[in-house]
Design a protein around this ligand. Structure first.
Ligand code: EPZ
Length: 422
């Protein structure tokens, strides 16, 4: 397995280009199941998770071509010949559940393995299932699979989410696009990826109103056509790399980043004396006067502070001039990075869903282990600021969601290299 070695202590200077959003692409690709016409996605990121979704759709009989060195994905699901998403693929990536809604809506049947938990929590799919039942699906669970039927198609309904779920909102938005009649999704997720999916579905002929707000109304249509859609910029990658100059000092321009994608992060960075300026085509980030102020951060659904940036923010706050508190309200076990940061000299105590971070003068490089996607990149950020060398193992977690991380950071002066494993 590959490792990544980082030698810290150098302020970063330069420009980083932000790729297309993993979490947008992972719902846009299954949207191709809603039509037998070609769907083309541009600005696609080149990531392991995209490869997994490609594998899953191909296993259903879809043609998925990766063009322009992986930046363009051409999908054609005219020939669906299998309605079962197998466990051996689904277990690799929870987002596999997003084939359920569109395949059921178009084909009247779908059999999808339950995803199982993951490192950051149990992460059930009960809201996906309850929502599809509200649209008239007949579901049965057996042998670890959910078997969904809608022989006469789905019917529009009003469905209120008991709490915000990004994936369940995406599944229901896709399914409702082909249901008979009107669907109203209440307490829907407002993440930018929902708006991006709605934009693509509308270009395919769907009738959607209110995407990006907590109430989305969908008038089902008989048939959807194909389209070409540009994948939204990745706000989690953007936020991650905004934290790089914040933690190392220096100044970095994030090309393709826009303020509206990371408003909650910018608000916190400004409180911490980190300057974020709009520049042509992106954002420019630098420390205002050399220190990092402590913060209180609580993760919430968009537009609140994103849970996907929690670990990265924690890395920054290990070097703040005082005590910070981070409360994780979305996932029940998303502090796996704490013991690894502690190995680097960070002083963090976790009580229940809150981490208390006592800022230290400096971090020290150490061998550390990635446990999940965002935890792994928080250790890279810490390594960029630490004295000495940090070697990150289990880098496959990182490759799921960050394209060419060592190239992007080296281009800004970081001393970082990949050590090829067996
Ligand atoms: C999406 O996951 C993202 N993944 C996650 O990003 C992100 O952390 C999460 O949304 C929250 O923003 C993709 O978009 C592929 P949820 P999702 O449904 O849809 C519970 C990353 O690092 N829940 O909003 O799975 C769930 O357990 C990944 O890129 C239920 O209980 O998240 C969690 O505690 C990590 N039942 C909370 O709701 C359900 O049916 C929010 O989950 C669904 C979710």
């Amino acid at each position: 397995m590959d490792k990544i070695a980082v030698t810290g202590g150098k302020p970063l200077e330069g420009t980083i280009e932000i790729s297309g959003a993993k979490n947008a692409c992972l719902t846009l690709m299954p949207a191709a199941l809603l039509t037998d016409q070609p769907l083309t996605l541009t600005n696609a990121p080149r990531l392991a998770d995209i490869q997994t979704m490609t594998e899953l759709l191909a296993s259903l009989g879809c043609e998925v071509a990766s063009l322009s060195d992986g930046r363009v994905i051409a999908l054609n699901t005219g020939g669906i010949n299998n309605h079962t998403a197998h466990y051996d693929i689904v277990r690799k990536m929870r987002a596999s559940i997003l084939v359920l809604g569109p395949m059921l809506a178009r084909e009247g049947q779908a059999r999808v393995s339950l995803p199982g938990g993951c490192a950051i929590g149990a992460r059930p799919v009960d809201l996906h299932l309850k929502g599809l039942e509200a649209l008239g699906a007949e579901l049965s669970l057996e042998d670890g699979y959910v078997d969904a039927r809608a022989p006469n198609g789905l019917n529009g309904a009003v469905f209120e989410f008991p709490f915000v779920s990004v994936g369940a909102t995406e599944n229901l938005l896709m399914a409702a696009s082909l249901a008979k009649g009107t669907t109203v999704l209440k307490n829907a997720a407002r993440e930018p990826e929902i708006g991006d999916l709605a934009g693509c579905l509308s270009a395919m002929g769907a009738q959607i109103d209110g995407a990006g707000t907590s109430e989305i109304t969908i008038e089902g249509v008989e048939v959807l056509r194909g389209c070409t859609h540009r994948v939204l910029s990745d706000r989690v990658e953007l936020g991650t790399y905004m934290l790089a100059p914040a933690i190392t000092g220096g100044a970095v321009t994030l090309k393709g980043g826009s303020r509206d994608l990371v408003g909650a992060l910018i608000e916190k960075l400004e409180q911490s004396d980190i300057a974020v300026e709009d520049v042509p085509g992106g954002l420019h980030v630098r420390r205002r006067n050399g220190v990092i102020r402590p913060l209180r951060v609580t993760t919430e659904p968009f537009p609140g502070f994103p849970t996907d940036l929690q670990a990265q923010m924690m890395a920054l706050l290990t070097l703040a001039t005082g005590e910070s508190v981070i409360e994780e309200h979305i996932f029940e076990n998303r502090f796996m990075h704490v013991p690894e940061l502690a190995r680097m000299g960070a002083e963090i105590e976790v009580h229940g869903g809150a981490a208390h971070i006592h800022g230290v003068e400096a971090l020290r490089g150490a061998p550390v282990m990635a446990t999940d996607l965002r935890a792994s990149v928080s250790l890279i950020l810490a390594g960029l600021a630490a004295e000495g060398e940090t070697v990150l193992s289990r880098v496959y977690h990182l490759d799921r969601g960050y394209e060419r991380v060592e190239e992007k950071l080296s281009a800004c002066g970081a001393k970082i290299e990949r050590i090829k494993g067996d």
